[in-house]
Design a protein around this ligand. Structure first.
Ligand code: BDP
Length: 330
């Protein structure tokens, strides 16, 4: 035996001795799952995932914990999606939008005016269509766990209120990095510019873009209301949030723990809905008090202009059936 081999063997033996049999097995079982979110601490998605973590901890007697890295600490959504696919990040809360180019079925709930209202969206996402979409993440190396509310997305900009399609003409509008969002906005006559959310504030400030589109809580928490004061209530997309787990991380869990994870994620949905309702009202009140100008919009011309999107993005028999299933859901 060479000196090097003896030395290494000794180190290994000492390490085992130091750890002791009891603590070795406890260590082997304890895991902290790392979860990504671009939103700040306190935002409903961040709090819902923390709640999921509390449920996990409780139900596994502390063996499984969750740490939420909020405020894009782990990167912007496109990057964290990649890292979650390859198991570098265990969990991720992202909008459907950044998944649109990767998972065709995620396009459907993001389609313009597909849902009649939030209640309709919830019923659909809680039902068989939602289950089918959650399963569609598997080929990407992800386990779809749950959908979270994201309200309705509307346009805002620094130039003028949007009342008619004419007001969209030539407007430079930031969109999610998704071909669907790009085409949706171009179909209205604007010039869409895909960009990660973290770059939008300065793009609005410097005039690289004139506007963007988002729900009240994001408009408020990204502070876009400071640099784009015209908020026009088009509510063109109710694209929900999705909570996914890396398949690599999921496969490391026992079947029992996998069930605990799935159930806890589903249970966090109700908590998320309460948090969302409260935050939406607060965010809207806050930006209105800050002096933004909000206006209602006659949606009919917007609905008509966006029709071609359906053929292009949901033209396959499977996706057409999904659209039909949504339309006929009471
Ligand atoms: C927010 C979503 C977030 C998206 C962001 C965006 O919660 O996941 O990244 O919109 O517009 O509403 O990029």
């Amino acid at each position: 035996m060479t000196f090097r081999a003896i030395a290494l063997g000794t180190v290994a033996a000492l390490a085992l001795l130091a750890a002791g049999p009891a603590s070795t097995s406890a260590l082997a079982q304890e895991v902290t799952l790392r979860s990504a979110d671009i939103h700040p601490d306190g935002y409903p998605t961040v709090e819902a995932v923390k709640y999921f973590g509390e449920l996990l901890k409780e139900r596994t007697d502390g063996r499984i914990a969750v740490q939420v890295f909020h405020s894009a600490q782990l990167g912007q959504e496109k990057e964290t999606i990649e890292q979650t696919r390859f198991g570098v990040i265990d969990l991720n809360r992202v909008n459907m939008g950044p998944f649109n180019n990767l998972v065709p079925a995620t396009v459907v709930p993001a389609l313009p005016f597909i849902f009649r209202d939030t209640a309709h969206m919830r019923t659909v996402m809680d039902g068989p269509v939602g289950e089918e979409i959650l399963k569609s993440f598997e080929p990407l190396g992800l386990v779809g766990l749950a959908f979270y509310d994201s309200g309705a997305r509307s346009f805002y900009n620094s130039k003028h209120p949007i009342r008619t399609l004419d007001d969209m003409k030539g407007l430079k509008v930031r969109v999610i990095q998704s071909d669907l969002f790009l085409d949706m906005v171009n179909a209205l006559g604007a010039n869409a510019t895909p960009m990660p959310p973290g770059e939008v504030y300065s793009a609005l400030q410097t005039g690289v873009v004139d506007g963007a589109e988002n729900n009240w809580p994001s408009y408020e928490s990204f502070r876009h209301f400071e640099v784009a004061k015209y908020y026009s209530i088009t509510q063109h997309s109710l694209s929900p949030e999705v909570f996914v787990m890396s398949k690599t991380s999921y496969d490391r869990l026992t079947p029992e723990d996998q069930q605990i994870v799935r159930a806890a994620a589903k249970e966090s949905v109700a908590r998320m809905r309460e948090l969302w309702e409260a935050r939406s009202g607060e965010a809207e009140a806050k930006v209105r008090a800050a002096g933004i100008e909000a206006n209602e919009v006659d949606k009919a011309p917007f609905v008509a202009a966006m029709q071609p999107i359906y053929e292009k993005y949901a033209g396959t028999p499977e996706l057409k059936a999904m659209v039909e299933a949504i339309r006929t859901t009471e």
